[in-house]
Design a protein around this ligand. Sequence first.
Ligand code: S3P
Length: 447
Amino acid sequence: MSAHSLHQAAASPLRAIRAKPLKGRFRPPGDKSISHRAFLFGLLTRGETEVEGLLEGDDVLRTGKACEALGAVIERLAPGQWRIRGPGLGALLSPRETLDFGNAGTGSRLMMGVVGGHGVTATFDGDASLRKRPMQRILDPLRLMGAQVLSEAEGGRCPIVLKGARDPAPIEYFTPVASAQIKSAVLLAGLNAPGVTTVIEKEASRDHTEKMLAHFGAEVRVTPEGEGRRIELVGRPELHPNRVVVPADPSSAAFPIVAALIVPGSDIIVEGVMMNPLRTGLLKTLIEMGAEVAVLDKRLEGGEEVADLRVRASALSAVDVPAARAPSMIDEYPILAVAAAFARGATRMRGLSELRVKESDRLAAVAAGLKAAGVGCAIAGDDLIVEGGSPRGGGLVASQMDHRIAMSFLIMGLASREPMAIDDVAMIATSFPEFRPAMERLGATFE
Ligand code: S3P
């Protein structure tokens, strides 16, 4: 396979201008979480795995490259359609070159789980944003399983050289934060452990790894435990190749959805959006705010419920978003903050400490963007408070190498009185390469 790479040198600025009503239909790209996992399961399953609807964003393509370095043979058959020939569990190679994950936290962390549970050694690295992100949370459980960290940058950061355990110990692990990435790294390492690996999470995080483990034939039991879940995986299964159909990413759908809510007169249909209840926190919150969203034609696609969403411009009211909802909308707070800026009253979003360790410090980046647009906001502890009204706009927002910050403030510019400018939108290609043309087809104007 060939992966394009994002140029880090030349910044690419963009401005969004107040739009006429948005109209039309559109299908968001494939889900990023499932796309990363499709490559990883293809690597870990001996034989041919076919994938349909894969997100061809930079983050996912880098995971594909890394899978090749560990022994997979990967081919692109048509747009979104890929074939992976995996060496299978227990038969991975030590990559000769550094695995460069670019901007991708998910790809790097899940692959650390894979490497940690195999007798291979790999070097993990990425861009300036990835090098700032905490990896200790992944390395801690992997060490308990027998993996060794041969070298790491200060504070457990990339570049990291990880030597996996040939016979990883099956452990019972209580994740310190509700993170699907930590859970998945432990489960992927546990796949090659002789015994049952258990992960306990105090709040349920997205369950794509568990579902895909079962889809490929592993024995996995999920039971409720308190407010969260206990996941038990029987190690060293015979994985069977299976087709993966990737539904549309609700985290990418969030941008046209909020755009249609805040641009007066809009009426759009967003097609095939995954409705997994561990991913629908934003939709629930927007509906509480008074959003007119009709959920149409619910159906199953690739083992997930999906639906078409008809979204009409709506008068929104402020809400109080409980901390317990964070895992089901963790990537959607920047765009929710934009919706809140157009709502009547002050919206409080609680318990956002994890936003500080995403592709950027999203709490700080969102507050800075809102201030640039003349929107009143405050950070109180781990909460974000946004004063709604009719945003002036007009500011220059620093994207901080964060795709969701760039897209959120471009969406704001479609409805604020003055245009919004973003210093660099290159990172949008990590998760939603077609963002600009897709939004333009609905009627948005960028320059
Ligand atoms: C992801 C999990 C989330 C999310 C990320 C994708 C995944 O991170 O922010 O974009 O695919 O498992 P955490 O699990 O660390 O919260």
